[in-house]
Design a protein around this ligand. Structure first.
Ligand SMILES: *Cc1c(COP(=O)(O)O)cnc(C)c1O
Length: 444
């Protein structure tokens, strides 16, 4: 088993990775691009080892997926056993216990102690699509409200819900109708300042929906309780709760897209828990199954059960191997207190980032919760002009030094940290040292 240690055996990417990149160019569609083209051979906890023998520190978790650690032992054992037992029957043809058990766990851990039902799918986008299907059927209404900076996926409906054109939507339209976009409560960039952000964002949203859509035509509001790809935007206290109240008042369903923020990532089981907000429907994926493809929709029993038999499903949704992985992942989260570990990681990262911000005025904002932290880079703190080139340069510097990092944000100027929750403090600290070196090099 590989040691929890960074190793730079060659330049990054090394010669074998470069050969594979050349093969990729001749075989894989160029639309599927790689942020850090090192080809991985093995991964354990916080370390990825590539085909050249380099060992990289993982601050990405494959975009918040390997929350329970790369190659988590419980997950590997559960998957191995399940593969030997059976790999597929299609739950809609002949069902199996693992699917039911995952739904029970989703019903238990998602916010609220009301009666719930769940359904399983393969990807985050598929979960969001199904949440919208259910909301439309249950309410008999068409309109769906989405936010600036939102990311909900790459299928046609979810592209329509996603805010950013390049690269997600450019040239891929036309998009689904009956989607209405409202401003996001984005404290760092709210025109009148962060103090008024929650109240004014809510007022704008209510007025726009009232005038342009009509509350009685709205099936649902879809919101990431902490936005992911759009820049790890954390809405100010009161915004989610105010939104949920307004939704309830008008019979509009509140769909929390917790695909990225869920499963202990933010130092709660779900990011909605932070303010005690109870969504009508929650979508989950990414961190749910230790890297196996699985997603879920969990909602109020009356809404979920409004759908006729056969109305929901799919050939692979809730595949038994993915379900076995999910049960092992969730057991790990419960038994190893990964909620608590995410909070520890926040303390460590925040401390280092605050120090870094004293040195580099280009760090305009530090935000996030748990092991979902980010810094927003700007040209200067007054104008807040996005420093996208600097973010790209720091990112490249981290990669060359053997740290897997990701950027995000509508302007590409946000640096995000999504380590596996099982990563050691030593690797976290070393990753922060590398970030600091990369800042120094990029600003020299
Ligand atoms: C990643 C993501 C999705 C899409 O998930 P896929 O599995 O890539 O389809 C949807 N919503 C949010 C919030 C995400 O972060």
């Amino acid at each position: 088993m590989i040691q929890q240690k960074r190793v730079l055996a060659t330049d990054i990417p090394g010669p074998r990775s470069q050969e594979l990149s050349a093969r990729k160019a001749g075989a894989v569609a160029s639309g599927v691009s790689a942020g850090l083209p090192v080809y991985v051979e093995e991964a354990v906890d916080g370390i990825l080892r590539d085909v050249d023998g380099n060992q990289l520190i993982d601050f990405g978790s494959g975009i918040a997926v390997t929350t329970v650690g790369n190659g988590n032992r419980r997950v590997v054992e559960a998957v191995t056993k399940q593969i030997a037992d059976f790999t597929h029957t299609c739950f809609m043809v002949t069902p199996y216990e693992e699917y039911v058990a995952v739904c029970e766990k989703l019903n238990e851990h998602t916010p609220g102690d009301h009666e719930k039902r769940s359904a399983l799918f393969n990807s985050g986008a598929e979960a969001v699509e199904n949440a919208v299907k259910i909301a439309r059927l249950a309410t008999g209404r068409d309109a769906v409200v989405a936010f600036d900076h939102a990311y909900h996926g790459r299928t046609n409906l979810t592209m329509g819900l996603t805010a950013k054109t390049m690269p997600y939507k450019q040239g891929f339209g036309p998009f689904a109708s009956e989607i209405y976009r409202v401003p996001m409560a984005y404290p760092y960039r709210w025109p009148t300042g962060p103090e008024k952000c929650a109240e004014e964002a809510l007022a704008t949203l209510k007025s726009q929906i009232h005038v342009q859509v009509g509350e009685e035509n709205c099936a649902a509001v879809v919101l990431e309780p902490i936005q992911g790809e759009g820049g790890f935007i954390v809405p100010p206290d009161g915004f989610l709760a105010g939104l949920a109240d307004w939704c309830r008042e008008h019979g509009i369903l509140f769909i929390a897209d917790e695909v990225q923020s869920g499963f202990c990532r933010t130092g709660d089981w779900f990011a909605s828990d932070h303010e005690g907000v109870v969504p009508d429907i929650v979508t989950t994926a990414k961190g749910i199954a230790g890297g196996m493809p699985l997603s879920g929709v969990t909602g109020r029993a009356d809404l979920m059960d409004a759908v006729h038999g056969g109305g929901l499903g799919g050939t692979y949704g809730g595949n038994p191997v993915a379900c076995a992985a999910a049960l092992a992942s969730i057991e790990t989260m419960e038994e190893d207190d990964l909620v608590g570990r995410a909070r520890e990681i926040e303390t460590l990262l925040r401390g280092r980032l605050e120090k870094l911000a004293q040195k580099y005025p280009q760090i305009g904002d530090i935000r996030g919760r748990g092991a979902m932290m980010a810094i927003e880079l700007v040209e200067d703190r007054e104008t807040k002009v996005p420093a996208s080139a600097l973010a790209a340069a720091v990112n490249k510097g981290c990669h060359e030094r053997g740290l897997v990092t990701l950027t995000c944000g509508s302007y590409g100027n946000v640096f995000r940290f999504l380590p596996p929750l099982t990563i050691g403090d030593d690797l976290l600290a070393e990753g922060m040292d590398i970030l600091e070196e990369s800042f120094a090099a990029a600003t020299a």
